[in-house]
Design a protein around this ligand. Structure first.
Ligand code: 5GP
Length: 119
């Protein structure tokens, strides 16, 4: 799928739209979700034009793949989610309900999170 450079996360990465930043490095930006579904709900987005995990895994440089996933772990640690635990989730495509076509990992925490999937 062609990457849409006008998606909301691309605009946030370019600084065109403000966000509540949690963390940033050369590979990733982490921000509070605008509609949190848990006491902690943070999004981590890679710095590059990747619509989903499939595109990212196929095309991103190894340094970015490693840096992005390292950032997810770093952010979870900085949010104080250990030792209670947390959940990460990446919606990819329409069956998963992906709304924003730029790869992002949700980090949820701050309370028991219940079953993995709604039935
Ligand atoms: P998806 O359904 O694509 O996995 O998740 C998209 C997430 O992005 C949703 O949880 C939604 O609340 C969040 N979101 C959408 N627009 C914005 C925005 O402008 N700023 C922030 N911080 N989050 C957004």
């Amino acid at each position: 799928m062609a990457y849409d450079p006008n998606n909301i996360f691309a605009k946030i990465l370019r600084g065109e739209i403000p966000c509540k930043k949690v963390y940033e490095d050369d590979f990733a930006l982490a921000l509070h979700d605008i509609q949190p579904r848990a006491p902690v709900h943070v999004l981590v987005i890679p710095k590059g034009p990747y619509g989903s995990l499939t595109d990212f895994a196929a095309a991103a440089p190894a340094e970015l793949v490693a840096g992005f996933f390292r950032a997810v772990g770093t952010v979870a640690g900085q949010l104080g989610l250990e030792p209670q635990g947390y959940r990460i989730l990446a919606n990819c495509g329409s069956d998963a309900g992906q709304e924003v076509p730029h790869l992002h990992v949700h980090i949820f925490g701050g309370r028991p999170l219940g079953p993995m999937l709604a039935r």
